[in-house]
Design a binder for this molecule. Structure first.
Ligand code: ADP
Ligand code: MG
Length: 612
């Protein structure tokens, strides 16, 4: 066996440098963080067409004296950490004193800087870790670091780099993550032949709206005018302050690349935060897609450990589960309030970052069902109108749908309100091939999938009943008798309480038969019976998602009770469906995460017709 030797210092240096600086994006990250730590109001990043050829970061921060500049490139040289106990409460992004030394070790680096107390600046040139020259320069207060020929002396690293495009993309992502999370800083970002932006600080960086301003620059491009580029939100939960922008459910992507997290100003990745973001969208985003969003969190620094990784890219929290719960609750709350622009019962402007002071952490314990939704309008009245609209067409649709009618007590009073709703200046809602509803909205057209939309409506209604005190039943004049298998009977007995809360009144009738004497009041008898049969088959299916039974029952019920695709709907029914949909908590998706509607803007139409 070969003898053990101590590695030569320059080899150790290169290995360690590689831990901190593994690709061009890491250079950008470290230099930007130094600029932020130096209190800069302007940070300008210039990148060559191949990022390993040139990265230059200029800032207007505090700068360094000549002595500090020379010291700064030494390993473990830092002005930010004096005692180990300071590690507990880091307020700066840097503290290890490794970045400049690591970059200098594996590149040709030129640092020029001037502090406010000095009349002239200092320029330091380093080649592969060796100090070449220190000279005076005239320059403004601040610091400029140029990094050329990265990894010229570590060919293995160089070979390990990905294509020019993917290195540039990775670097861009780092830069944009800071641009997005730090709207108070004036950013300039140039990539030769690709990008060139100049973004002065936004007007009032203390507001969530300012995150939206920057966010819209990137994620507003594909979004038509009048629609939301994102949902700004802000609030405090469990001692943590959340601010940021959430993408709309339709903006969800196939990967996590468009999720940005900043904890105490540090851009980080964290599986905990990723999972919380996703769960905060509830079932609005299909399981194979990832919501996009920008989440900044202010939290007591002593509850965060950033020192788990040499690049400080990942954070750990002292209490991961608490952070998870608070984050999920924050996102969920924001999504519940969100009403897409241009649609909605109230004419719908999007909800702008109101603080959500009322949210209690305990209400969002993992696995516990979210509180039952409270619809803006009474979903039940409207739901009734869907199948049994007042006046003229009530009876005849009921017959078409095979219903025995829905003469529930109190109907006249309840539908009175509805009639007033419908009496508003009437907009036509068209039905296309008995499947889609088309309605004009401010700035364009909304196309609604009638089945998916009704599924969303019934799902929320069912959850409200199952998690709450239950809902009204419509008594059947002639009880319906069903033959059941042994298994179905068992399922029924096990879930009897749930069925009752949904609105089913069932009694045993013979050995394998049941009599159904009442069904949920909001849907026609036939649909209710169909849903019941499905529930008895499906209710005890083991669910891999681990959802509570109420959740599964609500989903199955909604899916089978909802109006079918292929079912003609009368104008009032269409209207009721649209109104109800936008009165739900989460109108954008059905319980399986499919879209309930699609928007088409006037801009889009105009473009297609070559009007612009
Ligand atoms: P760290 O940021 O962990 O302290 P670095 O190697 O990144 O370590 O920087 C070393 C030191 O150099 C910093 O502590 C700081 O005092 C100084 N420094 C680096 N970049 C800048 C800058 N852009 N402006 C002012 N001082 C800087
Ligand atoms: Mg640093």
């Amino acid at each position: 066996m070969a003898r053990i030797r101590i590695l030569a210092p320059d080899v150790v240096g290169k290995i360690r440098a590689g831990e901190v600086i593994d690709r061009p994006a890491a250079v950008a990250k470290e230099l930007i963080e130094n600029g932020i730590d130096a209190g800069s109001r302007l940070i300008a990043i210039h990148v060559g067409s191949s990022p390993e050829r040139l990265i230059r970061v200029l800032d207007d921060g505090g700068g360094m004296t000549r002595d500090d500049a020379v010291l700064s490139i030494k390993r473990h040289a830092t002005s930010k950490l004096e005692h180990d106990r300071d590690l507990e409460s880091m307020k700066t992004l840097g503290f290890r004193g490794e970045a400049l030394a690591s970059i200098a070790e594996v590149s040709r680096m030129t640092l020029s800087t001037r502090s406010a107390d000095d009349l002239t600046g200092t320029q330091v040139e380093v080649l592969g870790g060796t100090l070449i020259q220190v000279s005076g320069v005239g320059r403004a207060v601040g610091t400029t670091v140029s990094v050329e020929d990265l990894f010229f002396n570590t060919p293995a690293r160089l070979r390990f780099l990905k294509s020019r495009d993917s290195e540039t993309r990775a670097l861009s992502r780092v830069v944009w993550s800071y641009i997005l999370t730090m709207p108070a800083i004036h950013w300039r970002f140039q990539v030769e032949g690709k990008e060139d932006v100049d973004l002065p600080p936004t007007s009032d960086p203390a507001l969530a709206g300012d995150f939206l301003e920057r966010w819209s620059l990137v994620y507003g491009r594909g979004v038509s005018k009048g629609a939301d580029a994102g949902v700004p939100f802000e609030g405090e939960i469990g001692g943590m302050l959340f601010r940021g922008v959430l993408g709309t459910p339709e903006q969800a992507r196939a990967n996590r690349d468009h999720q940005y997290f900043a904890v105490n100003g540090r851009v980080v990745s964290s599986p905990t935060l990723g999972a919380a973001l996703r769960q905060g969208y509830m079932n609005l985003v299909p399981s194979d897609r990832y919501p996009i969003g920008l989440l900044t969190i202010e939290i007591d620094p002593s509850l965060v450990d950033v020192n788990v990784h040499p690049t400080k890219r990942e954070v750990r929290f002292r209490d991961e589960s608490r952070v998870f719960q608070a984050t999920r609750a924050a996102v969920e709350e924001a999504m519940r309030r969100y009403v897409p622009a241009g649609v909605g019962a109230a004419g719908g402007a999007s909800s702008l970052g109101r603080p959500f002071a009322g949210v209690e952490l305990d209400a969002a314990a993992p696995g516990a069902p979210p509180p039952p939704p409270q619809p803006l309008l009474d979903g039940l009245d409207l739901a009734r109108a869907l199948y049994a609209p007042p006046e003229s067409l009530g009876a005849d649709f009921a017959r078409e749908g095979g219903s025995a009618g829905t003469d529930a007590p109190g109907e006249t009073g309840e539908t009175g309100d509805l009639r007033e709703n419908l009496a508003e200046p009437e907009i036509s809602i068209w039905q296309l091939h008995d499947r889609y509803l088309l309605a004009p909205i401010r700035g364009g057209l909304v196309i609604i999938d009638q089945h998916a939309a009704h599924e969303r409506i019934l799902y929320e209604e069912a959850r409200g009943r199952l998690f709450g005190p239950g809902g009204p039943s419509q008594h059947l004049l002639f009880p319906r008798v069903l033959d059941l298998t042994r298994d179905e009977l068992d399922t029924l007995l096990l879930n009897e309480a749930h069925m009752r809360r949904l609105g089913y009144e069932v009694s045993l009738f013979g050995e394998r038969q049941i009599a159904v004497r009442g069904v949920p009041a909001s849907i026609p008898e036939e649909a209710a019976m169909e849903a019941l049969k499905r529930l008895l088959v499906a209710a005890d299916d083991a669910d891999a998602s681990g959802d509570p039974p109420e959740e599964r029952i609500a989903r199955t019920f909604a899916c089978h009770a909802a109006v079918r695709s292929g079912q003609p709907l009368k104008p009032q029914e269409r209207r009721a469906l649209v109104d109800q949909l936008f009165a739900t908590e989460l109108p954008h998706g059905d319980p399986h995460g499919r879209a309930t509607y699609v928007r088409l803007s006037m801009e889009e139409l105009d473009r297609r017709f070559g009007r612009r």
